[in-house]
Design a protein around this ligand. Structure first.
Ligand code: SF4
Ligand code: SF4
Length: 442
């Protein structure tokens, strides 16, 4: 029998079989890890994507047999711990993804391993805390507490304590919290008539996301201004919890399900009422478009939400295609170094943010499509901070080379990480949504 090198058919993704007993069976997991690691050892295409593959290949190359069978099973966890589930190996490199008979889904195998680890209770207090973005945000944005938290995040003494006691690296620049939460201060305008386009619903519901709600409400306000300028009626999703991505990355799939039970009924109702649902954080849109449908393949509500969910730039570019987007940009942006985050790339919709930025007169966009190395919480952790900066180095360099007026990433966390990595720079960091608001002169 000949095994074909790669597949000529479109890649498919199998649902995550996380409700079956086999999923959490450690012996079966080890067997599957060994099988896939062996395929990767023979392939090695992904060596430069992240530190997961170099860790695996070093373990193999330094073992007695120089094969996967020479690697101690407990060392498999070193590989698992390096993966931050960006999905890039699956989406951009791997020729052996389904329907290829080898059926390699490296990120979902790592996710299964993380879920097994979580079930065994082998997850630190720090990791549970960092992935509780909603709880942290609610506490940290209480008036008075917010000043203390923001001051502590900038104090060398407090950061030293956080590093030693909690495992949050002292040099990582952390986002500030804002007591004027987006959901409490947003004033969406519902007064415009609904104009449906061929490709876009004519009314929008905003899923605010933990980050925009607690850390950078300005991004949400700017999105509302852009929608109002284009006479699109907008509403806030009436009730929301975290999308679940941080818990997914931790392997806490039951917590993902709990959040899904809060979000999906509300969002599905909006989807069926004909709303486009917009979220300005790529990881959150990815969660609703891809991860939840793979975890709950038979759930019609989850499917309805996935179909109604848009990245803001995906929506605006489709709106333009419908002839319903205003292009009366008044303010040139000059030179913009724009970074495409992994969780946006894997949504397979092309570079919609770049397209819209390039429509602004007097604007030159340099696009960098490479992992910045932060991930949601991975690059914050003391043990991964250095690697996170190392992975990001080519991005920092390429962003700086264009001598930009602005640096920007759809992922606000990656944007901050890139600014930190660039060091001294006169460039302003702004989210792409804010850049569009500036260009409109709003
Ligand atoms: S999902 Fe991302 S971090 Fe994980 S192994 Fe693949 S490329 Fe590396
Ligand atoms: S994930 Fe696929 S492309 Fe990457 S090293 Fe493994 S087999 Fe090769």
């Amino acid at each position: 029998m000949t095994v074909r090198e790669g597949s000529l058919e479109a890649p498919t993704r199998h649902p995550l079989d996380w409700k079956s007993a086999d999923f959490y069976d450690e012996a079966k997991l080890e067997k599957e890890l060994e099988r896939v690691f062996d395929i990767c050892h023979g392939c090695r295409r992904c060596v430069n994507l992240c530190t997961t593959f170099p860790t695996l290949f070093d373990l193999i190359d330094e073992s007695k047999t120089m094969e996967v069978d020479g690697v101690a099973k407990q060392d498999y966890w070193k590989v698992v711990d390096q993966c931050y589930l960006c999905d890039m190996c699956y989406m951009t490199k791997c020729p052996y993804v389904p329907p290829h008979e080898w059926n390699v889904d490296f990120p979902h195998l790592m996710l299964r391993a993380k879920a097994v680890k979580f079930k065994k209770g082998e997850v630190s207090f720090r990791d549970k805390l960092l992935s509780s973005t909603d709880t942290l945000g609610k506490l940290a944005t209480i008036p008075v507490v917010v000043q203390m938290v923001n001051a502590a995040n900038k104090s060398g003494f407090a950061r030293g304590l956080m590093d030693n006691m909690l495992g949050v690296h002292r040099e990582r620049v952390l986002p500030e919290y804002d007591s004027a939460r987006f959901r409490a201060t947003a004033r969406p305008d519902t007064s415009f008539p609904v104009k449906d386009g061929k490709n876009t619903p004519g009314k929008v519901a905003i899923f605010s996301t933990c980050y925009v709600n607690y850390n950078e409400p300005g991004i949400g306000h700017d999105l509302l201004k852009i929608l109002a300028h284009n006479e699109v009626p907008a509403a806030l999703v009436e009730k929301e919890a975290c999308c679940g991505m941080p818990k997914l990355e931790l392997g806490d799939l039951e917590a993902v399900e709990r959040n899904k039970e809060i979000n999906i009924p509300v969002l599905a109702k909006l989807a069926r009422q004909g709303y486009a649902i917009l979220a300005a954080v790529p990881s959150c849109t990815l969660m609703f478009k891809q991860e939840l449908p793979l975890m709950f393949p038979a759930d019609a509500d989850v499917r309805a939400v996935a179909e109604a969910m848009f990245d803001p730039f995906e929506y605006l570019i489709l709106r333009n295609k419908d002839g319903l987007l205003k292009t009366d940009f008044k303010q040139p942006l000059g030179k913009v170094s724009y970074h495409v985050p992994c969780h946006l790339r894997v949504q397979n919709m092309g570079q919609k943010t770049r397209e819209l930025l390039e429509m602004i007169p007097g604007t030159r966009v340099t696009t960098i499509e490479r992992c910045s190395g932060h991930d949601g919480t991975w690059g914050v952790k003391s043990e991964y901070f250095e690697q996170s900066m190392k992975i990001g180095r080519p991005v920092f360099r390429q962003m700086a080379e264009a001598a930009p007026d602005y640096i920007s990433s759809d992922c606000a966390i990656a944007g901050r990480h890139i600014k930190q990595g660039m060091g001294e720079t006169t460039a302003q960091k702004q989210h792409p949504v804010t850049l569009i608001r500036i260009a409109y002169g709003l």
